[in-house]
Design a protein around this ligand. Structure first.
Ligand code: SOE
Length: 389
């Protein structure tokens, strides 16, 4: 008999919707996790908007006070999809109330906050997970499998970019993601965090970093007339405010295993809407992934006979590929939202088997330590050792 877990979700916009969809779908496609989620309550500050979201996404109830939700006896899992400045108080209260906690990325707005969260998590028996969903793209999971099978050999290079362009218009308003006190950082924490997590997952720990960042548009119209959400076009008023995060960041890394890495995260790459791409080169071969073609993985093996050597394009859609047996017959593709379903499935399995979920808050803090080093290096213009998480 599947165990019922009552879910309380905080946040109802972009990520709140993506996570809601995952809770709705998970049992239909992965009936054997051992968990039957009950979409108990969704929480947000705006009563009208959250009540609409509750009805649309399929939640039993809505609430406007997150502290009450987190304290509710009948809630087993708290899922945090709020802006970064609220992660720390919400995660800590949820852990103290004995809940399992899923938290959107990055875990916190800086390393100090992440460590404070981790300290409380370390005292809890409950499961934690940071929602780095790109690990759960089947092609990325296959990339990890190929590395673990030894097909890439010793890794020499990691090369990753995460490019978007949604704030390239100088009139785009000063949404929360452009304010340090709310978001912690710009594309470094929003996009860079994803590729740092993938690098740690696929290549290994990072030792030292050197980085540079910049803010191209320093002032923007304040948000006056619309909900400050991603994708908002227009909506800026006459009042002008200061952008307090970077617009673009670049960094190099030396991994502890000797690999050399490069990373780039920007919101100013015209034409690149959500271009998350990496390549790994090793002694035996290479792999390359591009989210815009997320069902494909490029693989090159130096062990192929010379006359057939070349990158092959694996359509990651066979039943033997990670996560794929649960979905459609081979060749019937999956999309971005499926990664969140996989995330929830893996989380439930961790709860039922009493194993650590991954990436847990410890791993989330390690990502945060790398982000911290990038920020320090961009300021000091020097190589910086990644602090201990
Ligand atoms: C906005 O830049 C954003 O939604 C990120 O916050 C997500 O993590 C990423 O998956 C897509 O872009």
């Amino acid at each position: 008999m599947a165990k019922q877990l009552n879910i309380g979700l905080i946040g109802y916009s972009f990520m709140g919707k993506a996570h809601s969809n995952a809770f709705r779908k998970v049992s239909m496609f992965f009936p054997d996790t051992g968990v039957e989620p009950v979409m108990k309550v969704i929480c947000g500050r705006n009563r009208e908007a959250v009540s609409r979201a509750a009805a649309q996404f399929g939640w039993e109830e809505y609430a406007t006070n997150w502290r009450r939700v987190v304290a509710r006896e009948d809630i087993d899992v708290v899922d945090i999809c709020s802006p970064g400045n609220m992660h720390k108080p919400m995660a800590i209260e949820a852990l103290k109330a004995g809940k399992h906690v899923i938290c959107e990325k990055p875990l916190a707005n800086n390393l100090t906050e992440a460590k404070e969260i981790l300290k409380v998590a370390n005292r809890s028996d409950q499961k934690t997970m940071v929602a780095f969903n790109y690990r759960r793209v089947p092609a990325v999971a296959l990339a990890r499998q190929l590395i673990q099978e030894g097909r890439i050999g010793q890794i020499y290079h990691w090369r990753a970019v995460y490019l978007q362009d949604w704030i390239i218009d100088p009139d785009f308003p000063l949404v929360w993601r452009l304010e340090k006190r709310l978001a912690g950082s710009g594309p470094l924490g929003d996009l860079g965090a994803h590729i740092v997590d993938l690098a740690l997952h696929l290549v290994g720990d990072i030792d030292t970093i050197v980085g540079a960042d910049t803010t191209f548009i320093k002032k923007r119209p304040r948000v006056e007339s619309i909900d400050a959400s991603l994708g908002a076009k227009g909506g800026g008023g006459k009042r002008i405010g200061r952008v307090t995060v970077e617009d673009a960041t670049l960094f190099l890394a030396r991994f502890k295993n000797g690999a050399l890495g490069s990373f780039e995260a920007t919101r100013f790459a015209a034409g690149r809407r959500n271009h998350n791409r990496f390549e790994i080169n090793g002694s035996k071969g290479s792999i390359a992934f591009n989210l815009e073609k997320m069902n494909e993985l490029q693989y090159y093996s130096r062990e192929d006979e010379e006359h057939v050597q070349g990158f092959r394009e694996i359509i990651v859609n066979e039943g033997s590929h990670p996560y794929m047996s649960a979905w459609w017959p081979p060749g019937h593709l999956v999309g971005w939202e499926h990664t969140f379903v996989h995330e929830v499935k893996d989380f439930f399995e961790a709860v039922v088997s009493n194993q650590k979920a991954s990436p847990d808050f410890k791993e989330g803090t390690k990502v945060q330590a790398v982000l911290e080093a990038v920020g320090q290096s961009a300021k000091s213009k020097r190589w910086v050792k990644v602090p201990r998480a």
